[in-house]
Design a protein around this ligand. Sequence first.
Ligand SMILES: Nc1ncnc2c1ncn2[C@@H]1O[C@H](COP(=O)(O)OP(=O)(O)OP(=O)(O)O)[C@@H](O)[C@H]1O
Ligand SMILES: [Mg+2]
Length: 315
Amino acid sequence: MHLEIWTEKYRPKMLEDVIDQKHVVSRLKAWVKSGSIPHMLFAGPAGVGKTTVALCLARELFGSNWKSNFQETNASDERGINIVRGRVKEFARMKSMGSEFKIVFLDESDALTQEAQQALRRTMERFSDSCRFILSCNYSSRIIDPIQSRTSVFRFKRLNKESVKEYMKRIAAGEKIQVNDDALDAIFEISEGDLRKATNLLQSSSALGKVTKESVYDAAAQSKPEDIRNMIESAMAGKFMDARKKLYELLITQGLSGEDVIKGIHKEIFDLKLAEETKIQLAEKIGEFEFRLNQGGSPEIQLEALLAQFMKHGK
Ligand SMILES: Nc1ncnc2c1ncn2[C@@H]1O[C@H](COP(=O)(O)OP(=O)(O)OP(=O)(O)O)[C@@H](O)[C@H]1O
Ligand SMILES: [Mg+2]
């Protein structure tokens, strides 16, 4: 079984290929030309290109070894700032490859408390010789002034109908699938300009056959919480490939994030008919894998590994 997640497959690699966000892209292109960038704050709703643009920027600045000069971390929980500090420190210490600086990309910065943001500001200052920080957030108003004043703020807009359609057509061409105009309208209506949602919806509705207005609405309605329980039960019954398939359905068809899935698993675990001891062991594993996800681990790999743990504790 080969499953590809279209949100990754079609994520633009160069700024040139980013849809819309012209005001952002043109300013960034100028920075790339100069070879240096300031600390930045990317603000805007979900699925409009914040992470994508940061990745493009890293590729254009660093070329083929961009990965060793780019670090992505999620800042969204209480432990966040300590993780960030530890990781940034380690990352900053390693010599950068063919560049004067590295990029630290911090997702969900606005989830940090005020105190955590103060600590983040100190971290930014401490490492500003070797690292440029790009903070991503939904609302810039939740970011403390001292950080706002030290960053160039870029506002990402929700994508309009034409842009969503353009991107969907790009994917449809790549996958050689037929999508009619009504279907595209439906995808736009449901996704509300969130390209991640739109892409997942296109992928899941195409799995049901031809993409029409009807298949789009069908796919959108197919979001069931018991799917997580089925996945756990499959894993514990030793049916790993079934469990894995269900995992990909959750990530692709339902468009859940790795964190959503792990939270769902955590909720379900206590309702399962299992020995107390087993529940405790599994709860520990869940904590461990949640931590790894927060550290930037790939959701597919980490969740598959977690399912493998469930299999061990099953029959
Ligand atoms: N402007 C854009 N141009 C091309 N693709 C985009 C654009 N915005 C989003 N996408 C696509 O949508 C998906 C999600 O994009 P991305 O990860 O950049 O969102 P984000 O703004 O970082 O969202 P979040 O706030 O949830 O982290 C990716 O598959 C990406 O290719
Ligand atoms: Mg993002």
